[in-house]
Design a protein around this ligand. Structure first.
Ligand code: FNR
Length: 359
């Protein structure tokens, strides 16, 4: 059959919706409760208008940037999402190869269906961060921190918006769980012993809802890696993160999968950027679907953004090649938007690009 021409990220979304099983599609698409926050993540970007500058010689536009001191090809990385083998048989190994080829940052989820060892072996030169949850059994967290540090992961991303899993209606209706041929490979042997009620194919109640700021000091005592907190939405928590010696913040509402009623991430970004005042890097995820979304997030102060669902759609389309295509399309769109807005490099992207009178 004729090759489909993929033009934009929503083409991959349509493909994934058509080709994945209903339960898998529903799991990836899910938001909490009425999905207000999930949908607002996208809509909020569409409300923002730009102030383009003209006649600025945009014959060459450089999309490169740095995160935590490391250069990446453009300011879009892959957010941590669980269970890549549900979308493509090679799973996270394919994601890792694609991000290595494109030279950007891949945040590996704790709930990956390939082990961190397999991921690193598949793409030894890739730039990677590891997403961490804190378990009731602290030894588990401690072991995985040491494992990923030894494997050359460059930062830890502590996800803080899941003291409990949000209520995702379709997952409940579908009784979603990992099919028996897949497992959370990073915890082979550990989770199996823990027979009991399951949630999303892993034992329920493994995450520790009692985690608090003092646990940041505990985590810092385990590792020399920079620690980035994912899931901050307020200036108060951003200030606490800086005070606790955190190296970065990902403004995130978990793709609208946790508290329905959270603000869209692009609407929460400014108060955090204003509070942090450049002391640490601020990133954003949620709702990035076009190059102009990336430009708007950078204009409002994000150093880099991350995509969750679009990477999974790329996987569902063609594995490594599909993820590469998703990233390439976003890179091309971002470069074009930069040029049309009169920006020759990412340091020229700033608040003057935003039409605040309209907001
Ligand atoms: C996620 N997200 C997530 N976050 C995390 O820290 N650990 C995880 O294991 C997962 N798993 C996960 C699975 C699926 C299917 C989705 C859609 C999301 C949240 C993710 O990192 C990110 O915050 C959002 O996906 C960003 O929003 P977009 O790009 O999907 O709109």
């Amino acid at each position: 059959c004729a090759e489909m021409a993929m033009v934009c990220l929503t083409d991959f979304e349509e493909y994934a919706k058509e080709h994945l099983s209903k339960a898998t599609w529903d799991y990836y698409a899910a938001g909490a409760d009425e999905c207000c926050t999930r949908d607002d993540n996208l809509l909020a970007f569409k409300r923002i208008r730009l102030r383009p500058r003209i006649l600025r010689d945009v014959s060459v536009c450089d999309t490169r940037t740095t995160v935590q001191g490391t250069e990446i090809s453009f300011p879009v990385g892959i957010a941590p999402t669980a269970f890549h083998c549900l979308a493509w048989h090679e799973g996270e190994v394919a994601t890792a190869r694609a991000t290595e080829a494109v030279n950007t940052c891949y945040i590996t989820s704790t709930y990956s269906t390939c082990s961190v060892e397999e991921i690193v072996a598949a793409a030894p030169g890739g730039y990677r961060w590891f997403q961490l949850y804190v378990y009731r059994n602290r030894k588990l967290s401690e072991q995985i921190v040491h494992r990923v540090e030894a494997l050359g992961y460059q930062a830890l991303v502590l996800t803080v918006d899941v003291p409990y899993t949000g209520k995702r209606r379709n997952d409940i209706r579908n009784q979603f769980k990992l099919p028996p041929h897949l497992r959370v490979k990073n915890f082979d042997g550990v989770f199996e012993e823990n027979a009991g009620p399951e949630e999303y194919g892993v034992p329920a109640n493994t995450l520790d809802p009692s985690i608090s700021w003092k646990d940041i000091y505990w985590l810092q005592s385990l590792t020399r890696l920079p620690i980035i907190i994912k899931g901050i939405l307020t200036k108060e928590d951003a200030e606490l993160a800086v005070e606790h010696g955190i190296q970065g913040i990902i403004v995130s509402n978990h793709g609208g999968r946790q508290l329905d009623g959270d603000p869209a991430t692009i609407d929460a970004l400014s108060e955090i950027v204003d509070t942090v005042q450049g002391r640490i890097e601020v990133y954003l995820d949620g709702g990035i679907r076009t190059g102009s979304d990336v430009l708007k997030a950078l204009a409002l102060g994000a150093k880099c953004v991350f995509i969750g669902r679009p990477a999974v759609w790329g996987l569902a389309y063609k594995g490594e090649e599909g993820v590469r295509e998703v990233l390439q399309i976003l890179n091309d769109e971002f470069r074009l938007c930069m040029a049309l807005a009169g920006c020759r490099n990412v340091s020229e992207i700033n608040r003057n690009l935003i039409q605040f009178s309209k907001l």
